[in-house]
Write a protein that binds this ligand. Structure first.
Ligand code: SF4
Length: 420
């Protein structure tokens, strides 16, 4: 029986001719990642187990993003702990204020992950790098501690679901709508511990920002990872930024899939996930103008990239944020911030009455920079809308694309951007 794309990457990193779903393996890692919440725990475990050196200082990334710039004393102490560790071992890829960005936006942008890689991160949305044709997945802090010492991690090889994409997206329909639609179809446990392998001629028409957004939310269907084939879009993206060898893996023609999900991209509509699960999806036609909102957040590792900033600006240009609505826009990295500023997008945002933040996760996990009070509702381009995710347990989060979020900011209700 042939192997899926994920299984081929895992076999290669385990030094095995083949692997099968369910098999336990130990694989070499190309990179391991921690952030300001998970890395302090990993650093403690690293020291507790007596490790005295890291496996490779260029293959560890420590990104201070969740509560930074430090929101309180605890956050400051956590970052200090990681900063001291990074200094001690001269970690090349330590990202802090001034060099900051949301981890899953920073790593691809800086060329630290690429096709064929095997990557773990102590953060559930590490699955984002599957957009580049890498195997990447979230782990716990103790796994990160072991990985920083040994450069390896153990995995149970996942089985896979094939997601066949055909057609092209219509105006105002984005990667966010694709992944929300998929999660709406299969549910938040629809891909539990499986790979979501995206294939089909529809892939070619998806931009890298669309793919990063889709792979980012694979975990919201319970997937071990999401992965895209490496094509011209991938190679154009990594060319000039990814320093290691590009390794292209393809699924065997006789690879085994547990099921096949077919999505015609041309049929998709802007999609919104209602509280309190990403699977509670409605098309914009089912909810346009029906839900009054208090806040809009445009940013995060899901939708804080350049295309997202441009989509928000396209909607907000010459318009005003509705009275009583707070619109918070957070470019995901310093580079995206700079590019947005140079393109004049900040003029559009500020003139519309939005606030622009330095890169941070901030409100995405109810950390800072826009916490919701009881009874408040937000439209957010982030990836989770669980109870209390962005603040009070009686607040509500509606997940949507930057187009829908910006249009909703203008009217004060969840809004179809095409109706403005
Ligand atoms: Fe996690 Fe949100 Fe930060 Fe992404 S932006 S890494 S989902 S807290």
């Amino acid at each position: 029986m042939g192997m899926t794309m994920t299984q081929k990457i895992l076999a290669a990193h385990a030094g095995l001719p083949e692997v099968k779903a369910g098999q336990l393996i130990v694989a070499k890692l190309d990179l391991c990642l921690g952030n300001d919440i998970t890395a302090p725990v990993a650093v403690n475990e690293f020291e507790r187990c007596g490790a005295c050196k890291v496996f490779d200082k260029s293959r560890i990334a420590l990104v201070m993003d969740h509560f930074t710039p430090n929101k309180d004393i605890k956050a400051a102490e956590q970052v200090k702990r990681v900063r001291e560790f990074a200094n001690k071992f001269d970690i090349d890829n330590y990202f802090d204020v001034g060099r900051m960005g949301v981890e899953h936006a920073v790593l691809p942008e800086q060329g630290l992950v690429g096709p064929g890689d095997c990557v773990i991160g102590a953060d559930s949305h590490t699955c984002t790098y599957g957009a580049l044709g890498a195997f990447s997945t979230g782990v716990g802090s103790t796994d990160l501690a072991a990985a920083m010492a040994t450069g390896t991690a153990w995995f149970k090889v996942p089985s896979a679901i094939k997601v066949e994409l055909t057609g092209k997206l219509s105006k105002y329909v984005t990667g966010k709508d694709v992944v929300l639609h998929l999660i709406g179809m299969i549910g938040v446990d629809g891909a539990l511990y499986k790979s979501l392998e995206f294939t089909g001629d529809g892939v070619a028409a998806l931009s890298m920002d669309d793919r990063l957004c889709i792979a980012n939310m694979a975990i919201e269907a319970g997937a071990k990872n999401g992965i895209f084939p490496v094509d011209d879009v991938t190679l154009a993206y990594v060319n000039g930024r990814f320093k290691r060898e590009v390794r292209i893996f393809e699924a065997d023609p006789d690879a085994e899939y547990e099921s096949v999900v077919k999505i015609d991209l041309s049929e998709l509509r802007p999609t919104v996930a209602f509280p309190h699960l990403p699977e509670n999806t409605k098309t914009i036609d089912e909810c346009n103008g029906q839900v009054k909102i208090d806040q809009v957040v445009i940013g995060s590792c899901t939708n804080g990239r350049m295309e997202d900033m441009r989509a928000a600006a396209e909607i907000l240009k010459g318009r005003k944020v509705a009275k009583g609505v707070r619109c918070i826009i957070i470019p995901a990295t310093q580079q995206i911030w700079l590019d947005s500023m140079r393109e004049g997008l900040f003029d559009i945002f500020i003139e519309a009455g939005a606030a622009v933040s330095t890169p941070t996760c901030g409100p995405c996990l109810g950390g800072h920079m826009g916490i919701l009070a009881a009874g408040e509702r937000a439209v957010s381009t982030t990836n989770r809308n669980f109870v209390g995710r962005m603040g009070h347990v009686e607040s509500e989060v509606y997940l949507a694309s930057p187009y829908v979020a910006a249009a909703s900011a203008v009217t004060g209700y969840i809004t179809d951007p095409a109706t403005l």
